[in-house]
Write a protein that binds this ligand. Structure first.
Ligand code: PHE
Length: 453
């Protein structure tokens, strides 16, 4: 059973690791939530506050996850077991690893459903199905698609196959190679769309809406929104970052690499905002967020602009790529666990992990159709999974992992992995021991409070 610490495949280059973490972090959150949050909350003020949250809370957490992964060269379960042995504490800490893997699989099972919608839209938009649609028509199209999951089965299956293909080929031939193609494609699509948005004539108006400083709007709710978002978008708490860290060469500096990811993730979210807002403004559509923005408003808005249909397909392609690169990071911990813990071949491990997630995801897909009647506290399975993972599992698992790293793991281990300057190291440790638990605790208590009232 013991195959841990065997020669592990590594990323071919540090830049691929940066791109892989970016791929994981840039996902639906950046597209349908961040731009809206920014324009609603306080424009440039929110962006600065958010950056502070990323740098003071998100980046230290990310560094911690990467160092745990790299130190053990293992999946989250074995990593936590090896680390607890090294720290001389109960091996029960490995339960945290299991919880992280489970959280990843649960998030994947509803993420895959949204990805199926996105793939379906790429096909439908390419076929001109939504050409010149008004809001009403667009709304009906989306509702009809939701109520008829049978038609979504093809795109759902296609998405699963793409994920399986990448995971099954292993770290070097699968993840590494896919990232090297998909991330440049994603950046290229963002650039093309940006140029298009620039020509729409509403670029500067959108810029103002997004970035104008509105310090009077700063309040507790805004800080919490920034914190909560930083947390989800950086893919923390699912073991994704830890597992990717396990494939990082010891020669690389964790500190610089991770800070780079935090800043680039924010930058990309802002650039995507600078695509969405000019398009909405040019079509005189109100800014919205979530599925409504993506699946109802944007197709209408693009449709009203010159060459909008083609660009809309490109936009959905961009979202599809972002979903794939996040999804593989959600499933990699489980796949690596099956491979390392039970000595399975990579392909077999990938088939088992994706097949398990597929079954769960099918139930989620049908929670809008045949299983729509099955609800808990008024939530269908999709909403329930989203709720339980975002509000409870992610913060709790992260909190426990951070407490373990900051308070239980010896300084010798963390310092040997984080080869940064002494003040830099102590600043990181200070953030991890005090600021991070405080921030996560705050989010968690507020979530609890919001749920009970
Ligand atoms: N960061 C991704 C997003 O913004 C979601 C995600 C969460 C991916 C956790 C991996 C792990 O959409």
């Amino acid at each position: 059973m013991q195959t841990d610490r065997k020669a592990q495949e590594l990323w071919s280059h540090r830049s691929v690791f940066i791109l892989a973490l970016m791929g994981s972090s840039v996902g639906l959150g950046n597209i349908w939530k961040f731009p809206y949050l920014t324009s609603e909350q306080g424009g440039g003020t929110f962006v600065l506050l958010y950056l502070a949250c990323v740098l003071l809370v998100g980046v230290p957490m990310m560094k911690a996850e990467v160092l745990l992964g790299r130190h053990t060269r293992s999946n989250p379960v074995q990593a936590m077991r090896l680390l607890s042995q090294e720290a001389g504490v109960s091996e029960r800490w490995r339960i945290l690893g299991w919880l992280a893997v489970l959280t990843g699989v649960l998030i994947f099972s509803f993420y895959a459903v949204v990805a199926a919608w996105i793939f379906y839209y790429v096909f439908s938009l390419s076929a001109g199905l939504l050409a010149d649609a008004g809001w009403e028509q667009s709304n009906n199209f989306f509702s009809r698609m939701l109520a008829d999951p049978d038609t979504l089965l093809t795109s759902h299956t296609l998405f699963m196959l793409v994920v399986l293909l990448i995971l099954g080929a292993g770290v070097r031939r699968g993840l590494d190679r896919a990232i090297r193609y998909l991330m440049p494609l994603m950046l290229l699509l963002v650039l093309i769309l940006l140029v298009y948005a620039y020509q729409s004539g509403y670029f500067w108006q959108a810029y103002q809406q997004l970035f104008q400083f509105r310090p009077e709007r700063i309040d507790g709710a805004m800080v919490l929104a920034a914190l909560g978002h930083a947390f989800f978008t950086l893919s923390l708490g699912t073991g994704a970052v830890m597992t990717y860290g396990a494939y990082l060469s010891r020669k690389e500096s964790i500190g610089q690499t991770v800070a780079c990811v935090g800043v680039l993730d924010t930058l990309l979210a802002l650039l995507i905002g600078m695509v969405i807002f000019p398009v909405l403004l040019a079509a005189q559509m109100p800014s919205t967020s979530g599925p409504e923005l993506l699946f109802i408003s944007l197709p209408v808005a693009f449709g009203q602009l010159h060459a909008g249909q083609v660009l809309c397909v490109m936009f959905f392609l961009l979202v599809g790529v972002a979903a794939v690169t996040s999804a593989i990071s959600l499933m990699e911990p489980f796949t690596a666990l099956l491979e390392q813990q039970w000595g399975l071949r990579r392909v077999v491990a990938a088939v088992i992990s994706v097949a398990t997630a597929w079954c769960m995801s099918l139930a989620v897909l049908f929670s809008f159709g045949h299983l729509a009647g099955v609800t808990w506290y008024g939530m269908n399975l999709f909403e329930l999974l989203n709720f339980v993972t975002t509000y409870f599992l992610l913060p709790l698992v992260s909190l426990a992992i951070m407490v373990f790293t900051g308070w239980i793991l010896s300084r010798r281990i963390t310092q040997s992995e984080l080869t940064q300057s002494v003040p830099g190291y102590y600043l990181w440790r200070l953030c991890l021991r005090y600021l991070v638990p405080l921030a996560i605790g705050l989010i968690f208590v507020t979530n609890l409070y919001n749920v009970s009232f």
